[in-house]
Design a protein around this ligand. Sequence first.
Ligand SMILES: NC(=O)c1ccc[n+]([C@@H]2O[C@H](COP(=O)([O-])OP(=O)(O)OC[C@H]3O[C@@H](n4cnc5c(N)ncnc54)[C@H](O)[C@@H]3O)[C@@H](O)[C@H]2O)c1
Length: 355
Amino acid sequence: MAQCRVGVIGVGTFGINHLRCFRQLGYIGVAQLVAAADINEELLQERNQEFDFAPYTDYEEMLAEQNLDAVTVVTPDPFHREIAIKSAEAGVHVLSEKPLDVTVDGCQQMIDAAEANDVLLMVDFHKRYDEYHIAMKQKLGAGDLGEIEYGYAYMEDRIEVPKDWFAEWAQNSSPAWFLGIHLYDLTRYVMETEPVRVWATGVKKCLLEFGIDSYDSISAKVEFDNGSTVAFDTSWILPYEFEAIVNQGIRLVGTRGLLECDSQDRGTITCCVDEGMMTHNESFLRQRTDKQGREIWEGYGMDSIADFAHNVNVLLDGGSLEDIGDYPAGYDGLQATKLACAVHESVETGGIVEL
Ligand SMILES: NC(=O)c1ccc[n+]([C@@H]2O[C@H](COP(=O)([O-])OP(=O)(O)OC[C@H]3O[C@@H](n4cnc5c(N)ncnc54)[C@H](O)[C@@H]3O)[C@@H](O)[C@H]2O)c1
């Protein structure tokens, strides 16, 4: 069984989870974390101390020197495209963080590059790997809810995400790009349907006070081709005092029933002196130590990245894309980006946008 050689491009706030995933896949012979690249040399060295890879400040040098099978792209949203295309042209399989790209053309170029070079292009839509959402899809697929008529999905971050985590690029993003994109993909995926039109509104208030010219919140009403409408509320201005970094959930109502899922509160609540009251989404990322005393991370945040490595190994062992089965592909990234672009167009024009 192949053990893919992987490089991670972008080792910032979320890139560390990719490093964790490939390091621990190395313990069980699934992947090798060979190299990583980041333009921030200080951060790169810091990560290298912890994860022990060949470090590069130029990802193209990494591609040229390391004979990689695969890379994951964990740079800010506007910088996935060029890196993914160059990696595909180097014959390397690609997992891109979401959104695939912030333009429809860009997504198509990435898909074309992957096809032309016969490599896998996957998007890290990890909500598909959440066991609650998997159960939801099964229930819908079994027809238990009948035909979906309407629904509601929300995802709201605490303000520290745009203000403290990535203030330098928050104004090039939005709650729809950063959070909504997950929900746009998830609803398409669980209902097996495509969006047809959208009307959306956006508000800029809180973040402007901190010099960040981005929407605080974006609300969208989307009609799908199964005849249902889903309302999406996304924001990243919850107060520091909120009980979790994110608040999120989804509900769908059909002709034969309803399903409600609190995707944040999985039942663990803590109240500690330094943190106050908190709820924990242990399904996303949780840490443990294995019998050898090594740090292990689990949860759907890891599963989606690990799935990429497994998929690459199938291809390295002579399998085809059809052999991989279901995975969030470039096309799914394109469809989610189409909807996000339409949401922004509607916010800016005030009109209904057809997809
Ligand atoms: N799947 C999720 O739940 C999730 C969560 C957070 C972020 N993300 C996504 O991950 C991506 C990164 O987000 P983040 O929060 O880690 O951002 P970040 O700013 O913390 O990290 C991005 C890193 O990329 C590096 N970088 C920028 N351009 C580069 C280049 N050309 N070559 C190499 N490195 C480069 C930066 O120096 C930085 O270290 C974004 O697309 C974001 O939307 C996904």
